[in-house]
Design a protein around this ligand. Structure first.
Ligand code: NAP
Ligand code: MG
Length: 516
């Protein structure tokens, strides 16, 4: 069999009875496996620690999804040492051979697709389609980066100089720290990890603390795929305690981070210091937050705009870096568009997401819940609440889809990343004002424009300062290979995941000239 051209994995259609049944069955299976223990993985050895991270179901925090061993500084030292030991062999494995481990892992994920989705429903609070999309994206990353490594293993064309033999090729960097967020607990973790690994770099993977079980499942899958010991070291632990040790370590060659602006900037600063005995400048890849806007002008299809805004703002409870947190609407259509947005928002069902009737689930944990509500309280004082905003019954971290109108440009609500189901509506006089407000943020991740005016669309293409611009469609749901993903400015280093450039971040080029 030859490897086919890359194609993104199809999403599951849960309106088909067979798929609904498969997902229900997977949920029952996963529910029978809750509360298991997951060890650290260091150099192929499983390490149980006395202290555990208890991963909770955010829809029912009394339910423990799993107990995950918790690493300390000594484990970080051991994992980095194991990584360097593995590097000696892993760097010599040809790129196309390393790629096969990813193809194998993708095949395992396809076979376990519903089960992995079920784990996400319970650990992260994703609805069925959101969980399914996350698993599909993880598969896409594996398939895509494997092929990219095959491409990057081919000879690099050079201009021959005289009688010399001139060649250049890519070599890996060394052992890196991979630090993903919890909000795409399989997709982002898999993409960041597999890119570094297929490029020839062993990693120390520190999953986000709210979703360590998804990380443990990934580590198991890579083990099942036959990855040599020490190439993937799995090290859950508290970011604020082991994070600095890992990032600042003299043996850490690079840091691949996705998460908040605050932590990303901290890591960038710490990684710039040279530890005693350190022999390189650490490379930092940091993908951070967003304050993403959707602009609607007076020529737009208002039904499409309302659909796009509501889907982008409230999908996965607004906990996406790409989520629409600002809708910027021109005066001329404000009165017609707002009822469409409110009516669609009112239809969003909310509750425990093991039930597929619920479109929205809980936010991830108590900390997120408190932080989001502090913004809602601020909004009630400084803007006009027109949907949601109230506490809900039950123990889960449920926050209803919340909309504020009359949000002032430049205000806290309009500038800071809330990372929850809170949408700010900004009313502007015209298109030019809309562009100005959209760009008046230190972030620059995603954005959408709904307009039929060709001149304005071209202007947006040139002038909207975002890494991912969408026109007449929602601003979430980037597809690996079709929408290279990453933001400008304080949204990060624009690493463009799922693009032909991404693996280069984990490689360096060596040039060799020989005269005979
Ligand atoms: P976060 O709080 O910054 O955490 C991200 C990761 O960093 C977690 O694994 C965390 O571990 C770890 N960490 C915390 N402090 C650390 C330290 N001092 N040193 C090293 N690592 C440390 O972000 P999050 O809440 O998980 O994720 C939400 C954020 O991610 C949002 O801002 C969102 O916009 C952003 N995001 C960006 C993208 C993108 O592509 N641009 C994609 C997804 C999400 P603990 O969990 O143990 O604290
Ligand atoms: Mg949890």
């Amino acid at each position: 069999m030859t490897i086919k051209a890359y194609q993104s994995h199809l999403l599951t259609n849960f309106s088909l009875p067979a798929h609904r049944a498969a997902m229900s069955q997977a949920l029952s299976l996963v529910k029978s496996r809750l509360g298991r223990h997951y060890p650290l993985l260091i150099g192929g050895r499983r390490v149980e620690t006395p202290e555990k991270i208890a991963s909770l179901n955010p829809a029912d925090p009394a339910q423990v999804v799993g107990y995950v061993s918790k690493a300390d500084g000594g484990h970080v030292d051991a994992a980095l040492a194991a990584g360097w030991e593995a590097f000696a062999r892993w760097k010599q494995v040809p790129g196309p051979v390393r790629a096969r481990y990813l193809y194998k892992a993708a095949a395992i994920m396809r076979r376990r697709q519903f089960e992995l989705s079920a784990w996400e429903v319970l650990e992260a609070g994703k609805s069925w389609p959101e969980a399914d999309a996350d698993v599909a994206e993880a598969i896409d990353f594996l398939e895509y980066y494997a092929r990219q490594m095959e491409r990057l293993s081919r000879p690099i064309p050079l201009t021959p100089l005289g009688d010399e033999e001139d060649e250049a090729f890519y070599v890996p960097l060394g052992v890196g720290a991979v630090i993903p967020p919890w909000n795409f607990p399989l997709a982002i973790l898999t993409g960041m990890s597999s890119a570094a690994i297929v490029a020839g770099n062993p990693i120390v993977l520190k999953p986000a603390s709210p979703t360590p079980v998804m990380g443990a499942l990934f580590a198991e899958i890579m083990e099942e795929a036959g990855l040599p010991a020490g190439v993937l070291n799995f090290l859950p632990g508290d970011g604020s305690t082991i994070g600095d040790h890992l990032v600042g370590h003299r043996l850490t060659r690079f840091v691949s981070f996705t998460g908040s602006r605050e932590v990303g900037l901290h890591i960038n600063r710490l990684a710039a210091d040279v530890a005693p005995g350190q022999r390189w400048i650490k490379r930092v890849v940091a993908e951070m937050g967003g304050k993403d806007a959707i602009i609607v002008d007076e020529t737009a299809d208002l039904d499409a705009a309302a659909d796009g805004i509501v889907a982008s703002a409230f999908g996965f409870q607004g906990q996406k870096c790409s989520a629409c947190s600002r809708a910027i609407i021109v005066d001329a259509v404000y009165g017609e568009l707002m009822p469409k947005i409110l009516e669609r928002t009112a239809r969003l069902t909310i509750g425990p997401v093991d039930n597929p009737d619920h479109v929205m689930g809980p936010v991830v944990d108590q900390r997120a819940y408190d932080k989001i509500f502090s913004y809602i309280e601020w909004g009630k004082q400084h803007a006009r609440l027109s949907a949601g905003g109230h506490a809900m019954e039950g123990a889960g971290y449920f926050i209803p889809a919340t909309i504020f109108e009359d949000v002032a440009p430049g205000s806290k609500l309009e500038q800071e990343e809330i990372f929850g189901p809170v949408l700010s509506i900004i009313r502007v006089s015209d298109w030019e004002a809309a562009l100005r407000v959209a760009n008046d943020t230190e972030y620059g991740l995603t954005g959408s424009v709904y307009s039929k005016n060709r001149g304005r669309i071209e202007q947006a293409r040139a002038e909207l300062e975002v890494g991912n611009l969408y026109i007449n469609r929602k601003c979430t749901g980037a597809v690996v290979g079709s929408h290279p993903f990453g933001g400008f400015n304080m949204s990060g280093t624009d690493s463009k995941t799922g693009s032909p450039d991404y693996l280069l971040l984990f490689l360096q080029m060596k040039s060799v000239a020989e005269q005979f």
